[in-house]
Design a protein around this ligand. Structure first.
Ligand code: CA
Length: 426
């Protein structure tokens, strides 16, 4: 195991026990201090660390040569394109500099005043420029629930579902960072009792609890990525709230799949947690039966034990946790997803994003969307303030969280937060 992941390591920066960001995490993001431009950073406890300052002062000189621009860019695309080896060495270096026995920065007040910020003083930005975005559909519980509700309980899964990771190409422009409020979309729907479609605000506004991985390097068009190499192409993961307009979706999706119901906002957590940091939390995934085709076969533990939760917070009231799920429930793992994505020769690039699909668990309190939690509105969810929800109301805030934990050692993703604003007048 990498020394950086050693649970006994401590930092001279204060880290509270339930913090998502102990020194074993070292995620990467883009932040801006007040009146300064966006730049790459990492976080320990509540303290954001300016990587451009560390680069400027020569702390990465033994790792990088002419790639300094990556530390001053307003996205992490160039940073993650440095490659797996250099990214890991940079993470190692940061870990060394902030361990409690390391004095070099700890005792330099002048440097610390240029380098460190309280999390509450900075703004977070999109960590990468997303070139291409794919949304998979890899939770068997979610696919079964949706198939049961809308098609046939006896044949809930389409015949292809256990043969390949079903997915579609989504839209990258509307992926936004946590804290971005989203208006309820207007669109075309066909109400059950209507004779012709109507236009207006979406009535069935939903979230989808997902995680997304971000790719770090390109393959050439025409050159598939083999499964055993797939994880070398993956930099890390974020929480991904794929906002969905169910009534618009229902009317528009035939025959080509989701369109405007899915591209008005997807909200990610701002810090990318690396696969290096997630290494100690690998677990076996669900058994794949029938056996998959040879190009999708894998060895080892390819799922991750990441606890996930969704809270709804009505305006001026406390939040209610409405779902608790886990990344480990995914039937198709990230290596299989990326392998399948490129098996036809499709090319990928650093900064591309691949969402898992809604991650539902086996129990009713682990479903990853309101569609499933309220069973298409038949069983409203009760919130702590006494109100009920079938879907998400205007001025509700959706909060998603994720973290790995073992023996008090926690690696977290922070939060994806999104407030739902009323539809704009059209
Ligand atoms: Ca989705």
């Amino acid at each position: 195991m990498s020394k950086v992941n050693d649970p006994s390591l401590k930092s001279w920066i204060e880290v509270k026990k339930d913090s998502d960001f102990p020194i074993q995490n070292i995620p990467f993001g883009i932040f801006s201090p007040k009146d300064k431009s966006p730049r790459p950073g990492t976080i320990i406890g509540n303290t954001v660390i300016d990587l451009s300052v560390l680069a400027e002062d020569g702390y990465f000189d033994d790792i990088i040569n002419e790639e300094y621009d990556a530390f001053f860019a307003s996205s992490l695309n160039d940073f993650i394109a440095l490659g797996k080896e250099k990214n890991s060495l940079i993470r190692d270096k940061i870990s060394e500099l902030f361990r409690d026995e390391s004095e070099v920065i700890r005792d330099d007040e002048k440097l610390k005043s240029r380098l460190l910020y309280n999390q509450s003083e900075v703004d977070m930005h999109m960590p990468v420029e997303v070139g291409d975005y794919t949304d998979f559909y890899s939770s068997i519980e979610h696919a079964t629930n949706v198939g049961t509700m809308f098609r046939d309980p006896d044949n809930a899964l389409f015949p292809n579902w256990k043969s390949l990771p079903v997915g579609y190409h989504g839209r990258a422009s509307s992926i936004v960072v946590s804290g971005t409020d989203i208006h309820r979309p207007n669109g075309q729907t066909m109400p059950a009792d209507a004779e012709k479609p109507v236009f207006g605000p979406c009535r069935l506004f939903d979230f989808e609890l997902e995680m997304a991985f971000i790719t770090r390097k390109s393959n050439k068009l025409g050159n598939p990525i083999k499964l055993e190499d797939a994880e070398d192409y993956i930099f890390g993961m974020v929480i991904f709230n794929d906002l969905s307009a169910r009534d618009i979706q229902k009317w528009e999706y035939v025959p080509l799949g989701p369109f405007l119901a899915k591209n008005f906002g997807s909200v990610i957590s701002p810090w990318i947690v690396t696969l290096d940091a997630l290494e100690p939390f690998r677990v076996e995934g669900p058994k794949q039966e029938p056996e998959v085709l040879p190009y999708l076969k894998f060895k080892g533990k390819r799922n991750f034990d990441i606890k996930l939760e969704v809270a709804l917070k009505p305006e001026n009231n406390d939040e209610t946790i409405v779902s608790k799920s886990n990344h480990k429930y995914l039937y198709w793992n990230i290596a299989q997803q990326l392998t399948h994505q490129t098996v036809n020769g499709c090319n990928i690039n650093p900064g591309d994003m691949y969402a898992s699909g809604t991650i539902s668990g086996p129990t009713k309190d682990s479903y990853g969307s309101m569609l499933e939690l309220s069973w298409a509105g038949k069983n409203p969810i009760k919130l702590n303030d006494g109100s009920e929800r079938k879907f998400v109301n205007d001025n509700d805030t959706i909060i998603m969280r994720g973290y790995c934990e073992s023996n008090g050692h926690r690696i977290g993703f922070g939060e994806s937060v999104c407030k739902v604003l009323p539809a704009k007048k059209y």
